[in-house]
Design a protein around this ligand. Sequence first.
Ligand code: ADP
Length: 659
Amino acid sequence: MAVREWLRPPRHLLVLFVGLTLVLAAALGWLGWRLLQQDRALETQRLRDHLETAATAVAAALERRLAETERTLGRLASLPARELRAQGAAWARDLSDGAVLLVRSGEGLEAFPARRLAYYPVLPPSRSPPAETFADGEALEFRFQDFAGAANAYRVHTRSRDGLVRAGALLRLGRALRKAGREEPALDAYAQLAGFDSLPLDGVPAGLLGRHARISILEALGRVAESRQTADSLYRDLLSARWPLSRGAFEFYVTDLLPRLAAATRDAPSAKAALARGVALLWADWSAGNAPSGGGRRLLRDEEISAVVLWADGREERVALLATADHLRAVWLRELEPLLQREGVRIALDDLEGNPVISQLGDDATPRVVRTAAETHLPWTLRLASADPGNLTAEFAVRRRLMLAGFGVAVLLALVAAYAVARAVTRELGVARLQSEFVAAVSHEFRTPLTSMRQLTELLASGRVPTEERRGQYYEVLRREGERLHRLVEGLLDFGRMEAGAHEFRLQSLDVAALVRETVDDFRAEVSERGWVVDLEATQDAGAVRADREALSRALWNLLDNAVKYSPEHRTVWVKVGGADGRVAISVRDQGAGIPASERDAIFEKFVRGSSAGVAGVKGTGIGLAMVQHIVRAHGGEIRVESQPGAGSTFTILLAVER
Ligand code: ADP
C-alpha cells in the first residue's frame, strides 16, 4: 500500500523533491570534492613552503660553517712560517679522520696532523749515500757475479759511522747474500736494515725496504705463516701512513702485497689512502692552475672519492683544508643534525654533475626542494625533502576523513529532510482527500433521512393519509429519522469537541453490566425490526468503573452500529461483559466482512474508511472508531481488535475496575 500511496497524485511533487534532493546532494558532493582538491593543493604548498624555509636555513648553516673554517685558514695563512705550522698542527688535531690541513710552500707540501696521508703528491728531496761508496761491491756483484765477494765488500760499510751509508750497505748486503743463496744471513741483514725504519733510501724508507725484502725470502724458505704476518703488518703500516711515501712507491708496495694478505686485512677500509687520493687530486688541480689565488672553495671528484677543499693564501704559503665525504658526514652533517631534526627534513649534497656526495634521502617521491651551488655559493647542490612526509599526510588524511564525514552527514540530512517533507506533503494531501470524502459522506448521511422526512411530512400535510393507524406509523418513522439525524449531528459535534480537546468527560462510578445492558436494549429496539439479534452475555458482578455514562454508551453504540453495518449476511451480534485481571472487558463480536490486518491500525484514525466499507457500499463517515478510541483513552482504557477477513471481527474495550 505504501508504494501505491506514494505514487498517487502528488507524484509530480515527489519527482520534484527527489530531483531537488539529488541536485542538492550532487552540489554538496561537488563542493566536497573541490574542497578536498583545494585542501590537497594547500597541503602540498605548505609542505613546499616549509621545505623552502628549511632549505634556506640549512644552506645558511652550511655557509656559516664553511665561512668560519675559511676565516681560520686565512688567519693561519697570515702567520709567520713557524707560527703557522705550530698553530696549524694544534688546530688540525681536532679534525676528523676524513680531513687534513695542508700547507703548500713553493713546491713543497706539508700535511697536518702528521701521518694523516698514506702518500704525498710531492716529497721533500732525500739524501742518498754517495754513489762511489758501493762501487767495489757493485762491480763484483753485477760484473763478475761474485756475490760472496760483493757481500764482503758491502759488509765493510755496515760499520760506517754514517747511518745512511750503513743502511745502504745493509740493503745491498741482503741482496748479495740472497743471490749467493744464503737466505738466513740475508734475512738478518734485512732485519737490521728495517731497524733504520723511516730513514729514506732513494725516497723509500729503510723499514719498508727491509721488511718487504724479508717477505719474499720467508716465502722462498717456506715459512708461510711468518711471511703472511710480515706482509699483513707491513700493509697495515702502509695504510696507517707510517712513512711519508710517494704515490708511486705506495701503489707499488700495495699492489705487491695485496695477493699475500689475509682477507680481513685486505678488505679493511683506509681513510688515509682516500685522503691521500684527494690530496693527489688537489695537487693536480693546483698544478693545472685551477685554484685562484687569495682563497676559495671547490669540490674535487674522481670515480672513487669526492672531497671539498677550502683554501686561503698568505704571503708565502697556501693553507688548505681538504675534507672527504666522511668528514662531511661525521662533523658538518652532525652539527646540522639538530637543525634538520627541528625542521623535520633530510638532505642530500650533490656534486655539480648531480652525483650525490652524501645523501640521507630515500627514493620515495616526496616533494623536494633544490638549491643549486650557484644560488647558495656552497660547493654542492643541496636537495631537501621532508623526513617524515607521512606525518603531514596523516594530518591531511584526518582532515579529509572529517570533511568526508561532514559531507556525508550533510547529504544524509538533505535526504532525510527531503524525505520528511515529501512524507508530510503526501500525508497532508491524504488528509485533505479524506476530508473531502468525509464531507461527501456526511452529506450523503444527511440526505437519506431528510428526503424521507420531507416526503412523509408532505404526505401528512396534504391530509391524504387515510387511516389513523397509518398516520401513527408515519409519525413513528418521522421520530426515528429525527432521532437518527440528532444522533448524527450530536456525534459530529462531540467528535469535533473531542478533537479540539474541549469535550468534558463527567466521570462517575458506574455499574458496567447495567450500562451495557441499557445500551444494548436501546440498540436492539433500533435494529430488531430489520431482523437483527443482539446476544448479550453479562456477568452480574463485572464490577464498577469510573466513566462518563453518555460517552461510554456512545462508544459501545458505535461498535454495535459497525457490527451491524459490516455484517449484512449474519444478522447476529454478540456482546459480552466480563472482568479479568482487574479490568472490565466489553466486547462486540460479529461474523461479518472482517478487517484485513494491514488496516487494523488505520481504521482508528479519523476519516479513514476500510476496504469493507467500499466493497459493501456501506454508508459512513469514518469517525466512528476514531471517536471510540478518543473515549476509551479518556477513560485510561484500551481498545483492541481481532479479526479474520471473511469470518468477522471482535472489538474489545478494556477499562480499569474501580477500587
Ligand atoms: P465508518 O464505519 O463510518 O466507515 P468507522 O470509524 O466506524 O467509520 O470505521 C472505520 C472502518 O473500519 C470502516 O470503514 C470499516 O472498514 C472498518 N470496520 C469497523 N468496524 C468493522 C466491523 N465490525 N467489521 C468490519 N469492518 C469494520
